[in-house]
Every structure is written in structure tokens, then in C-alpha cells.
Design a protein around this ligand. Structure first.
Ligand code: ZN
Length: 68
């Protein structure tokens, strides 16, 4: 999968890959490399989603144990 113009260094194109250490994104233009968290395969997930919903907080505490 590719993310066009998402490189924080040169705004080049990021390409996702996987090795023994896990998933990562690398920039095709400048070689920028960044590891991806296991449960978050999308590199922008942390930036774009706000997981603070007071109404569903109680439900989520029971179901999701690995969040923290
Ligand atoms: Zn780059």
C-alpha cells in the first residue's frame, strides 16, 4: 500500500513493507523509515482519529484490554 506525499521529511511517497521486526513505511524519495505499531496498520491512524467518546467509554473498557 502506498501513501502519496505523506513523508514528513520530503513530502514524498511512502510505501508500506514488512520484515522480521514488523510493518513499516518507507519513503521512496529520501529513504525515510518508520515502524508501524502492531495493532495500528495505518501510519496516520494516531493523527487522524480521536478515541475519546464519553458515551462509549464504559463499553470500551470492558471489551478492549490491549488499548493501553
Ligand atoms: Zn521522504
Amino acid at each position: 500500500m502506498m501513501y502519496l506525499k505523506e513523508c514528513p521529511k520530503c513530502h514524498g511517497d511512502l510505501n508500506t513493507g514488512e520484515d522480521i521486526h514488523g510493518r513499516y513505511v518507507s519513503c521512496l524519495q529520501c529513504g525515510y523509515l518508520r515502524d508501524l505499531p502492531e495493532e495500528n496498520s495505518h501510519p496516520l491512524a494516531g493523527k487522524t482519529f480521536v478515541i475519546d467518546a464519553p458515551k462509549t467509554a464504559k463499553k470500551r473498557q470492558k471489551k478492549v484490554r490491549q488499548a493501553a
